[in-house]
Structures are given as structure tokens and as C-alpha cells.
Ligand binder design. Sequence first.
Ligand SMILES: NC(=O)C1=CN([C@@H]2O[C@H](COP(=O)(O)OP(=O)(O)OC[C@H]3O[C@@H](n4cnc5c(N)ncnc54)[C@H](O)[C@@H]3O)[C@@H](O)[C@H]2O)C=CC1
Ligand SMILES: O=C(O)[C@@H]1CCC=N1
Length: 266
Amino acid sequence: MNEKKVAIIGGGNLGTALVEGILHTQTMAAENVYITRRRTHLLDHLKEKKVNVLSSNVEAVEACDIVILAIKPYQVIDILAEVKGALNPDKIVVSFVAGVNIAELQKAAGADIPVFRAMPNTAIALGESMTCIAFDKRWSDKQDLVESLFKGLGSTAIINEELMAAATVLGSCGIAYALRFMRAATQGGIEIGFSAEMAQFITAQTMKGASELILRSGHHPEREIDKVTTPMGITISGLNEMEHQGFSSSLIQGLVASYKKIEKKK
Ligand SMILES: NC(=O)C1=CN([C@@H]2O[C@H](COP(=O)(O)OP(=O)(O)OC[C@H]3O[C@@H](n4cnc5c(N)ncnc54)[C@H](O)[C@@H]3O)[C@@H](O)[C@H]2O)C=CC1
Ligand SMILES: O=C(O)[C@@H]1CCC=N1
């Protein structure tokens, strides 16, 4: 990525998280990063770090090799039409937009423009994203470049486009689901005696530890759970009560509801 310049169209939650991640991980120099938003003063904190903050999408696209679309789904086709004149086959368009498929993006960008979809999550701000990437095999020669950007910002997986909606739910919405677990566990922790701060700290570090146990071993979660559940012990009583109350079922139903929402938008 050393020589490349990246334009992020849409400096909102995910666009700014990406820039923060690039700076945090030093994946790229700030001078090579461009970000746009209509009210540019809201990105002054990035400008102070030498990131190029612009209100013109066309200027940002003209200046850069990789164009990342981080605007709302209903805006993406109009914005591609706006910047189309500044695109050429040496540039790559990468869309973060949920629920808008490659065929629609390709049509709006032009048939000769390399188009990718990437679905990160907001942990990209810390270089800890899970980013799923999909593309038409016509653009395989650009895969390494696109992947190298996101590999510097967490883990990546190349998937078929048909799984992009599922990736959005599991990986991107997943941050919110996990944090709801964290909030609920923290509230429980307060009820059984901890201050809010201490309950949150204990919960967050415990979730981090649980994730690492699985990521590093590849074990099924239940194998690690078995190590915690002493027979006739405390953990199993709690787990079974959670299941009586529909814990796993409610999580799965929530995931499916999010998935149906994306499918309905298509
Ligand atoms: N927030 C998340 O965790 C994730 C979001 N996504 C996708 O990323 C996209 C952006 O999501 P968020 O950042 O959450 O939305 P957001 O609403 O926070 O960001 C969109 C930004 O675009 C700016 N904008 C609006 N019109 C513009 C224009 N004409 N030119 C330049 N910028 C303009 C807005 O001011 C706003 O800051 C969406 O399509 C969403 O589906 C995908 C994965 C995760
Ligand atoms: O909620 C949304 O629509 C976006 C897509 C994935 C995360 N946030």
C-alpha cells in the first residue's frame, strides 16, 4: 500500500473508523488518505493528523487509486454517477455499502472499472476488523492489493457475493450484538455487587479472553465451555437458566431478522 492513495467517500461512522484504523496501524501515511463529507468541519480531528479532508467527491476520486464508498445505501448509485467521470480502469472502487450488489455498482461505475465489495466492522478503527471481501473474478488481478489494505486492519475472508448479506449480519452487525451481551452482563454484574466501571472492565476483558481462546485454538465453543462447567456447579446452573429464557434462540432469531431486513431491501 506504500505508494497508493485511498479516497473514502463518506466520513461517517465507518469511514472515520477506517481512517482511524489506517493511522493507528500505520497501514498508510496520512498524506495518502483522502476523506469526504459535506460538513468537513466535523472531520477537523482527522485534518489535524494530516489526512486530506475534502467536500468534493470528484476531487478525492481524481487524487486516489482506491475509492472506498462509505455512504448510505440510498446514496451510492447517485454518488457513483457523480464521480464516474473521474474513474478510470486503473482505479479500484470498493463498496462498504450493505445490501447493494456488485452488478448494481458495476452498472453505475461503468463496465471497465474494477469493483469490489468489502464488509468490515467498526473495530477497523483499532486494526481488529473482520472484513469479508467479494468480487467478480474478472478483477482477480486486483485482489492482492485490496486484500493487503484490509489485512493491515484486521482479518480478512474472501467470500462469494451471495454470502455478503450474511457477512454483513454476522461480522458487521455482530459488533452491536456482542456489545449488547456486554451491556447485559455488565448490568448483571452491577446487580451482584460491582460498580458499573468494574463490572464493564471485568466483562470486556472476559469477552476478549473468550474470543482469544477460540481464535487461537479453533476449538468449538462448547469444548471451552465444558472446561468451565463444574458438575453440579455454578456455571451450568446459569447457562441452563439462560437457555430456558431463550438466550441462544433469541440471538439466532435476531440474526435472522437482520438478514431478512437486508434481503427485503434488495
Ligand atoms: N456502521 C457500520 O458498522 C457499518 C456500515 N456499513 C455500511 O457503510 C455505509 C456507511 O455507514 P455508516 O458510516 O454507519 O453511515 P453514516 O451515516 O455514519 O456515514 C455516512 C456519511 O456520509 C456522509 N455523506 C452524506 N452525503 C455525502 C456526499 N454526497 N458526499 C460525501 N459524504 C456524504 C454523511 O455526512 C455521513 O457522515 C453504509 O452503506 C452501511 O451500510 C457496512 C458495515 C458496517
Ligand atoms: O445497520 C446497518 O444497516 C449497517 C450495515 C452493517 C452495520 N451497520
